[in-house]
Structures are given as C-alpha cells and as structure tokens.
Design a protein around this ligand. Structure first.
Ligand SMILES: Cc1cc2nc3c(=O)[nH]c(=O)nc-3n(C[C@H](O)[C@H](O)[C@H](O)COP(=O)(O)OP(=O)(O)OC[C@H]3O[C@@H](n4cnc5c(N)ncnc54)[C@H](O)[C@@H]3O)c2cc1C
Length: 296
C-alpha cells in the first residue's frame, strides 16, 4: 500500500510529493475513512490545505460513491495512493543489477581503500563501499546493534475474495489496510512492539479481520489463503528513515528505518543515495545516523 496521507491527522507523509514523482502512481487513489468525528475534522482540514493530494468526501457522498464501505464520519480520498506488489516493484527497481540469492553478508573488514565483505557461502567480495539494507539484521548484528532502531512486528493476511463484495474495490486504509488483488484481498497489519511468538498468530489474524470488517461490513468470515509475519524497523522519535556511514566508518553505510512507509521512503531516499555518498550534508537532517549512546 502506498498511502500519501498516512498520519493520524491525514497530513501528507514527509517529502511525499518528491517520492510520488519516482513512483508514477496509477489513477484511482485510495480511500481512508475517518475513525472519529475529531479525525474527520483533521482530514477535512488537511484535504483543504493539500488539494493536489487529497479530496474530502462527506458521509452521504461516501455512501453513494462507495456503498460497500463503512465511512460514517466521511473519508479522505488520497488521490495518488495505490496498492502494489512490493516484490514486483523491487524487482523492477533492481533491473539488471546482479543479485546473489540464498547468500547473506556475515561480516566485513574495512581497509583504507576498500571493504572486504564476507558472505555466508564462504566467498569474500571486495568493494569500495558497502551499503547494508538488511532490515532486522541491523538490529541484531554485533556491528550495528548500537544504532538507535526499534523493530515492530507486523502480520498480514491474504484472503479469498468473498462473493459478498463487489468485483472491484478501491485500496482502503484507516483500520489497517485492504488491497484488491483480484481473486484475493491483501489485508494488514498488526503493530506489535513486543512479542513472544515471531510467526503469525491466531490473535493477529482476528485483529486484522476485525479491522477490515470495520471498513467492509460484508467481509464475513473469509478463507485465509496465506498468513505471514515480518518485522519493520523504525527509528523512535523521528519516525524517519536513517541513512549514512556507520559511526567511525567511511565505507560501510546502512539504510533502514523505513517503518510502514517502505515504498514511499525508498522511492524518495533510494534515488538520492549516490548524492549522499559524495556529500554527507545532503542527507536530510532528520535521517542522519543516531546511536543508542547519542540518545542516552
Ligand atoms: C506486515 C507489514 C506490512 C507492511 N505494509 C507496508 C505497506 O503496505 N506499504 C509500505 O510502504 N510498507 C509496508 N511495510 C513496511 C515495509 O515492508 C518496510 O518498510 C520495508 O520492507 C523495509 O525495507 P528494508 O529493505 O529496509 O528491509 P526489509 O524489507 O526487511 O529487507 C531486508 C532484506 O535484507 C535481507 N537480509 C537480512 N540480513 C541479511 C544479510 N546479513 N545479508 C544479506 N541480506 C540480508 C532480508 O532477507 C531482506 O530481504 C509493511 C511491513 C510489515 C511488517
């Protein structure tokens, strides 16, 4: 899901206009019902101030235009929001860049003019710069665990499309999210700050379904096709990505903290990484490297 108006008050995501330029959004948009009258007031205000990004639709018009959707307080139409397949998008971005699959970075040794990267298959690859975008591994790896990062578990379901729903529904966000995949719907997700079970749980599935039913009262009790759990890495406080060289390193960089906005944040910052390599000052102030010691 790409939701340009994701905050509680429905304000534009940080640098969202620049990010959208990289994404070429399909037409249609995304619907976000307000959860309360207070939130509806915020959404109206945000849509009025950001007419290029959003339109406010009151409860009566919402019911007429989207009869399958419960939006008793009205909704915001995020004009450039869309659902997509993240894997396909990443493959498109990667293009012809060589990829080694089933192999991971175990460690590295930094030399004056290059970095030796030690791989799990026993090979060592030398490069002028190493950029780690290894998600949760950054939280645990002994050489990066001092970074100020916080993991949040999320579960997601793929359900068989219930016959009670119309043949096409708009991407929905607000009480979790719903993406129309044709024969199936993708629905998510939980936000778990601590957990004992790293995989999917029954409680997680019920939470996701209950949220989706709040938006789609006709959802019923659908068949679950897949149920997955994964971890998003966030930066507490700033809630922005973190990018830069590891402290006391010139050649080993990392890029993480994309939180729930992986697509928008990688679209915006990913395209700027070559500039950052040449000019540390070009890294937005809120995205610079912070360690746990800095925050103590
Ligand atoms: C349930 C859920 C739903 C989400 N929904 C959305 C959404 O709708 N829209 C959105 O924009 N974002 C969403 N996100 C957030 C998005 O998935 C993340 O922001 C994004 O995946 C972060 O990308 P990343 O590359 O930093 O880390 P990751 O996606 O975690 O990727 C890290 C990669 O590095 C690999 N790796 C790990 N260790 C090593 C190693 N040592 N060597 C080599 N490779 C390694 C991993 O296998 C993995 O492929 C969701 C997240 C969750 C958990």
């Amino acid at each position: 899901m790409v939701n340009p108006m994701m905050s509680r008050k429905g304000r534009p995501v940080w640098q969202v206009r620049e990010a959208l330029q990289q994404l070429n959004p399909p037409p249609g948009g995304l619907l976000r019902p307000a959860r309360t009258q207070e939130q509806a007031d915020y959404f109206l205000d945000s849509a009025t101030k950001n007419a290029d990004l959003a339109e406010w639709i009151g409860p009566t018009d919402a019911l007429e235009r989207y009869p399958y959707l419960a939006a008793p307080y009205g909704l915001i139409l995020a004009k450039h929001g869309f659902g997509t397949n993240m894997g396909d998008l990443c493959r498109e971005w990667i293009g012809n860049v060589p990829v080694m699959e089933s192999c991971s970075v175990e460690d590295w040794t930094e030399h004056a003019k290059y970095v030796s990267v030690h791989l799990s298959n026993g090979e060592t690859v030398d490069c002028t710069r190493l950029l780690l975008a290894t998600g949760l591994d950054l939280v645990h790896h002994p050489k990066t665990s001092h970074l100020y990062l916080h993991p949040i578990k999320g579960q997601r379901l793929q359900i068989r499309r219930p016959a009670s729903l119309p043949p096409e529904i708009m991407p929905l966000s607000g009480f979790g999210y719903v993406v129309d995949e044709g024969d199936t719907l993708g629905i998510g997700s939980t936000f778990e700050h601590s957990w004992t079970e790293s995989g999917p749980t029954e409680a997680g599935a019920q939470e996701i379904l209950n949220h989706a039913r709040t938006m789609l009262p006709d959802l019923g009790d659908p068949d679950i096709v897949t149920h997955t759990a994964s971890i998003r890495v966030t930066v507490p406080g700033t809630r922005l990505p973190m990018i830069g060289p590891l402290p006391e390193s010139d050649r080993v960089w990392f890029f993480t903290g994309l939180g729930s906005k992986g697509i928008l944040m990688s679209a915006y910052l990913g395209s700027r990484i070559p500039d950052f390599f040449n000019d540390l000052e070009a890294i937005p102030a809120g995205c610079r490297v912070a360690t746990r010691k800095d925050k103590a």
